[in-house]
Write a new protein. Structure first.
Length: 440
């Protein structure tokens, strides 16, 4: 769905109405949660902001998390959801319309495809895939079944990012040829060394259920609770964080995929119980005519970098979380130091040229005020609530939102290209005909 300014205002009005709506039972969308971890609990809160959603069932591989999910949903809605032993029970239940997949990444493809085949609409957390080729399988399944897939990079549903998109599309930045985007942290938790609940052990954690399609390994609470640190389940910074950055860049720039990617990654500091880098730099080149620098370090977060900086010939925007700044280009550079080295006569003639006077001496003439730019801050509902409003709309209208299976495939595939480049120490290319990473 295209999001114009008018569209966005209409969306806001509808969102406000939706949250006050009284809904009859058959208007409701019944969505089961597959995975009830840290993100799923945020998603439950956001979903329950919409009275049209019900959460009748939850599934998780750690007992403590289903208990908390029951607690949370009972607290908000008065009744606790059923706890199912396996996600396939939710897929077999005809009274369930949709599922939220919020498990570790190595499970996403299988759960999404099985849910689509079972006739469910799917909200899948980012990254949609664990490997690039899985995206093609998911796209085929969505096409075959006619069900909705929405992917969970919620930032693009925020007002901030939609306003940035309008500015770019309206030509306010001129031609954008360079984008910088970063995601920096400096804590153990930021580096995914999360605390492990004290009651976790073989009685409360279902290890086989967690492993699923991943290689068999001995029971490990570190792997279970800090799965982002291990390659069997995650692509580290690229699939966890760059995927958000790429989703936004594709949305704001109307871009599909980079043709070429080069990246370097290193593990400098968080070496315990970890395989993936804590520092990553990547360059992505887009056929739409711009280059992207993505970077992330888990060893410093004081840098004043905004999350995104879009650099255009006429202006710049910096997009942070909940804040947008715009400033126009104000370039003052003349050729004085060049022509002062010419023979005097030629220099004098140069300055007499009317074109030079207009272009180079303009700022010396009349004093004037120039546009110093703008700052906007976003208030109100969290982007995840808005993101779910779009999911609800798609379920009802049967029209997919912008962040559908193709958008999810492409954002995740950028991350897979980054990781492949890091490992292979070479440039990785995209095959636009195949819609997958170029091989051979
Ligand atoms: N959009 C965002 O801003 C955002 C933020 C955080 C996480 N995420 C994404 O959400 C997903 C979950 O991340 P998290 O931080 O909540 O991780 P988490 O480890 O806290 O939660 C994952 C849960 O999945 C459960 N699980 C594992 N296998 C299962 C199975 N077979 N059936 C049911 N449950 C199973 C685990 O027990 C665990 O509780 C990831 O894909 C992550 O990338 C997105």
């Amino acid at each position: 769905m295209e999001m114009t300014r008018r569209g966005f205002l209409a969306m806001q009005a509808a969102l406000a109405a939706s949250m006050q709506a009284r809904v009859s039972a058959n208007d409701r969308v019944r969505a089961a949660f597959i995975g009830c971890g840290a993100r799923a609990h945020e998603l439950m809160e956001a979903m329950m902001a919409h009275p049209q959603f019900e959460i009748p069932a939850v599934i998780d591989a750690y007992k403590g998390r289903v208990e908390r999910a029951q607690d949370r949903i009972r607290g908000r809605r008065g009744a606790a959801p059923r706890v199912l032993k396996d996600y396939r029970e939710a897929l077999a239940d005809k009274s369930i319309d949709a599922v939220v997949v919020a498990t570790p990444d190595h499970w996403h493809k299988q759960m999404v495809i099985e849910a689509l085949e079972a006739g469910k609409d799917v909200y899948c957390e980012k990254p949609l895939t664990y490997r690039s080729s899985e995206g093609l399988e998911i796209i085929a399944a969505a096409r075959r079944t006619g069900r909705i897939v929405q992917v969970g990079s919620q930032g693009m549903s925020s007002m901030t990012q939609n306003h940035a998109r309008e500015l770019i599309r309206g030509g306010k930045l001129g031609k954008v040829t360079m984008i910088r985007a970063a995601y920096n942290r400096n804590t153990a938790s930021g580096a995914w060394i999360y605390p492990i609940p004290p009651d976790a052990g073989p009685e409360t954690v279902n290890w086989e259920m967690f492993l699923g399609p991943a290689p068999k390994r001995a029971f490990s609470l570190e792997r279970f609770f800090r799965w982002r640190c291990y390659e069997d389940y995650s692509g580290g910074i690229a699939t966890d964080l760059f995927v958000h950055l790429c989703t936004t860049i594709h949305y704001l720039m109307d871009a599909k995929m980079p043709a070429r990617v080069m990246a370097m990654g290193e593990l400098y500091r968080w070496k315990e119980s970890r395989e993936v880098p804590d520092t990553l730099n990547a360059v992505l080149e887009y056929p739409e005519g711009f280059t992207v620098n993505l970077s992330s370090t888990f060893n410093n977060q004081s840098s004043s970098e905004a999350s995104f900086t879009f650099l255009g010939t006429e202006g710049t925007i910096a997009v942070g979380w909940g804040e947008l700044r715009y400033w126009p280009e104000n370039v003052r550079e003349d050729n004085r130091w060049i022509v002062e080295s010419w023979p005097r006569k030629l220099e004098e003639e140069y300055w007499k040229n009317p074109k030079v006077q207009q272009e180079e001496l303009r700022h010396l003439n009349k004093p004037r005020l120039v546009d110093g730019g703008n700052v906007w801050r976003e208030e109100g509902q969290d982007a995840t609530i808005i993101h779910f409003w779009h999911f609800l709309n798609s379920i009802r209208s049967r029209k997919p939102y912008w962040q559908n299976e193709a958008a999810g495939h492409h954002a995740a595939a950028c991350a897979h290209m980054v990781n492949e480049s890091v490992k292979a120490h070479r440039m990785v290319e995209w095959d636009f005909a195949l819609d997958d990473i170029k091989r051979g």
